[in-house]
Design a protein around this ligand. Structure first.
Ligand code: ARG
Length: 442
């Protein structure tokens, strides 16, 4: 025999909305008093009761279980202040109530995530400043492409996170609209003042259509999408941390506390934290699909399916909050091994493009220069040489446009620092980039 009540209930997971539910209920009660729908005496009792429950919840006390958090709070209120507690639910339904609670909760979550991202960006910027002289290979297709500064790489992630913050801010705008007062679906015949409640709760405006208001979960989907994009960005960073910790690269080191040993292979340091963060993306993407599917095909207005909206929102938030907190500390401990990144720039002929540009600047069409440098590289490969240890005579055999100064164009640091276009990898461009990103940071 199943426990059907528990099956249709949501208390086990929506008790998390307890605090916001009380805050929303206090505001609703104040509005009912303001509009004389209930008298001051009754209203004061309700607010007193709600505040006493809030205080107890904050000290770790648990509400007795009911079908959901809304019923549980109302029952507890009536238990504490008597039948008058039943006036609280005047001109309100659980449908507009839960939509309000979830919006309030998502607004808080947005603020929490935004502030951790901001912290993360600050660390990336500081690391960029500290590592401004570290040269490393930049990759395309994961093959050595052109030299870059490590600072440029770190800042790339800072800008990714800037877009994540902008997305959250945008989501916040649409979340910041109050559905309360839409009642079950049709609105109410009581003379309520929705704007009054909105002001008390810090909502920018009120919803325009009661049917839409109680059935809309777009804001929640958008929020989980925002979490998914953050998760995706973190997987890219973690992937590189994992790769660069590999002794074949040995570009970076992390504090030992972010890695673990193997139970069988004594030499191993595994990048577990980075791997777990990368793995969390699976849950968060799953949360997004879950939420989209819950809302898909639902007829207007409220349907009980919507109760399943909360777990994906909470799970995506929890996963990203902890992931961001961990990655912040992990990146704080990240150190570049300058000698190794530099050594790596000597492999893979990464000065090739610069040599082609050199010839182009001497007047040769770029495509012709590209062909010549391709032959130089083939020559090096055949004779087991690098672009650095070819002699001037050898260069001259390929083109008479080469001058002695060609050797300045072969140094990885020089090559990176010659990229002075806006948004490029030179120290000069990066200094400006750092100024620009700092302006976006709180
Ligand atoms: N526990 C429900 C939810 O989370 C609250 C709304 C219930 N409304 C209803 N008409 N049964 O969605």
């Amino acid at each position: 025999m199943q426990n059907f009540e528990q099956f249709i209930g949501s208390f086990s997971f929506d008790k998390r909305l307890g605090e916001v539910d009380i805050i929303a209920s206090i505001a609703h009660t104040k509005m009912l008093m303001e509009t004389s729908i209930i008298n001051t005496n009754d209203g004061d009792k309700i607010i007193f009761g709600l505040n006493s429950i809030l205080k107890d919840l904050q000290t770790g006390w648990s509400l007795p279980e009911e079908e959901d958090i809304h019923y549980a709070l109302e029952k507890e209120l009536i238990r504490r202040i008597g039948e008058v507690g039943g006036r609280m639910h005047t001109a309100r339904s659980r449908n507009d109530q839960v939509a309000t609670d979830l919006r309030m909760y998502v607004k808080q979550e947005i603020n929490t995530i935004e502030s951790i991202i901001n912290k993360f960006q600050k660390i990336l910027v500081r690391k960029a400043e500290e590592n401004i002289d570290v040269v490393m290979p930049g990759f395309t297709h994961l093959q050595p492409a052109q030299p870059i500064l490590a600072a440029h790489y770190l800042l790339a992630y800072a800008w990714m996170l800037d877009r994540d913050k902008q997305r959250l801010l945008d989501c916040y705008k649409r979340t910041n609209v109050l559905p309360l007062g839409s009642a079950a679906l049709a609105g109410t015949s009581f003379p309520i003042d929705r704007n009054f409640t909105a002001k008390l709760l810090g909502f920018e405006s009120v919803t325009e259509n009661s049917l839409d208001a109680v059935s809309d979960r777009d804001f929640a989907i958008e929020f989980v999408f925002c979490m998914s994009m953050i998760a995706l960005h973190l997987t890219r960073f973690c992937e590189e941390i994992i790769l660069w910790m590999n002794p074949e690269f040995a570009y970076i080191t992390l504090d030992d506390k972010f890695t673990s040993g193997s139970s069988i292979m004594p030499q191993k340091r595994n990048p577990d934290c980075a791997e777990v963060i990368r793995g969390k993306s699976g849950r968060v993407f799953g949360d997004l699909i879950a939420l989209l599917t819950v809302v898909k095909s639902l007829p207007l207005a409220y349907n009980r399916d919507l109760q399943e909206d909360k777990s994906p929102v909470f799970d995506a938030f929890d996963s990203m909050r902890i992931s961001l907190e961990v990655i912040v500390e992990m990146v704080e401990s990240l150190k570049f091994v300058k000698e190794n990144t530099r050594k790596s720039t000597e492999k893979g002929f990464i000065a090739a493009t610069e040599i082609a540009d050199y010839l182009t600047k001497q007047g040769m069409p770029f495509r012709t220069a590209h062909g010549i440098v391709k032959n130089i590289v083939l020559y090096c490969q055949k004779n087991n040489k690098t672009l650095n240890n070819l002699s001037f005579e050898e260069y001259n055999k390929f083109s008479c446009l080469f001058r002695q100064d060609i050797f300045e164009y072969l140094d990885a640091g020089n090559i990176a620092n010659m990229k002075t276009s806006y948004g490029a990898t030179s120290k000069k461009s990066i200094t400006l980039q750092i100024q620009n990103i700092k302006r976006t940071l709180k």
